[in-house]
Design a protein around this ligand. Structure first.
Ligand code: UTP
Length: 296
């Protein structure tokens, strides 16, 4: 299979239990990083990677996500009437960035099942996957690094970086052989391995390029860990069948799905934002001084 990647699936139908009680009514993917929800950064990365069609996997209780990417002409008009052209443009950008399709996952049966829900919307072409709670910080879009590898080798790909032992047991560990530069050939993988079982400290981190073969595989993948259909089980079969690339991406990945990492991610974006950065940096310095004094 070959061809440009036009479509991307963003699974965002999970329950977000680690962020309760906020996620009782606000999807964790809509929590803000400074002025934009997490999900918008992810869509922006997809668009910067050449994606024009976004397929958002959502669930019954998360209609705020669909709403966010729909047109709000009255709000734009009001802002324009108030002379707030720049704000109107910011609102416009949220729905104009790409074409959005919303697919409901009726039951939270795992990430593998969420991706499988996109089968009709994707059809018979290669596609990207971006997890709805992982943001990537860096210049060159991470999904683009994967689609570049796809264009060169015509193989599906996963984004990877080495993580420490404490984290590899929570992710999927990759067995890989060198290919060229940052691109490696994946030969095997396992999900949430023990330290004895891990293939390496290279973990799959939140971005994928897949072929539609994955749908037929996921259709018959039985539930694995936690009784959920695990994407890694499907990816392993795809790897053994058609081959897979591991792209050691440039950039920094932030998990926003638990309180501690969410706070760090927020602080990182607030520090780098042109508007909030200077004031926030000054506050952090004062706070650090205060904490040092308290300790001393
Ligand atoms: P997570 O496992 O981090 O999300 O899935 P979760 O299940 O919402 O988290 P907790 O453990 O309850 O706090 C990674 C991404 O996959 C989506 C999630 O919305 C998240 O963006 N996902 C997960 C689905 O779309 N469907 C699922 O059944 C599971």
């Amino acid at each position: 299979m070959s061809g440009k990647i036009r479509k991307a699936v963003i699974p965002a139908a999970g329950l977000g239990t680690r962020m309760l009680p906020a996620t009782k009514t606000i999807p964790k993917e809509l929590l803000p990083l400074v002025d934009r929800p997490i999900l918008q950064y992810i869509v922006e990365e997809a668009v910067a990677s050449g994606i024009t069609e976004i397929i958002l996997i959502t669930s019954a209780g998360k209609s705020a996500m669909d709403n966010y990417f729909r047109q709000k002409p009255e709000l734009e008009e009001k802002l324009r009437a108030m002379g707030r052209e720049a704000d109107a443009e910011r609102v416009r950008r949220t729905w104009e960035m790409a074409n959005f399709t919303f697919v409901q996952q009726d039951e939270q049966k795992g990430l593998g099942h969420a991706v499988w829900c996109a089968r009709d919307a994707v059809g018979d072409e290669p596609f990207g996957v971006l997890l709805g709670d992982d943001v990537m910080y860096g210049g060159y879009p991470v999904l683009r690094q994967l689609t570049d590898a796809w264009e060169e080798y015509g193989l599906p790909a996963v984004a990877t970086q080495a993580v420490d032992d404490e984290h590899i047991v929570k992710y999927s560990s990759l067995k890989m052989e060198p290919l060229k530069g940052r691109v490696m050939r994946v030969t095997d993988m396992n999900e949430k391995p023990t330290l004895e079982e891990k293939f390496s400290n290279y973990a799959i981190l939140g971005r994928y390029v897949l072929t539609p073969e994955i749908f037929e595989i996921l259709e018959r993948t039985p539930p694995g860990r936690n009784n959920e259909i695990q994407l890694t089980d499907g990816l392993r079969e795809l790897t053994l069948k058609s081959g897979m690339l591991g792209v050691e991406f440039e950039g920094r990945r932030y998990d926003t799905g638990n309180p501690c990492d969410y706070v760090e991610t927020f602080a990182e974006y607030a520090l780098r934002d042109a508007e909030t950065g200077p004031g926030f940096r000054a506050w952090i310095m004062r706070k650090a001084e205060e904490l040092r004094e308290e300790k001393g």
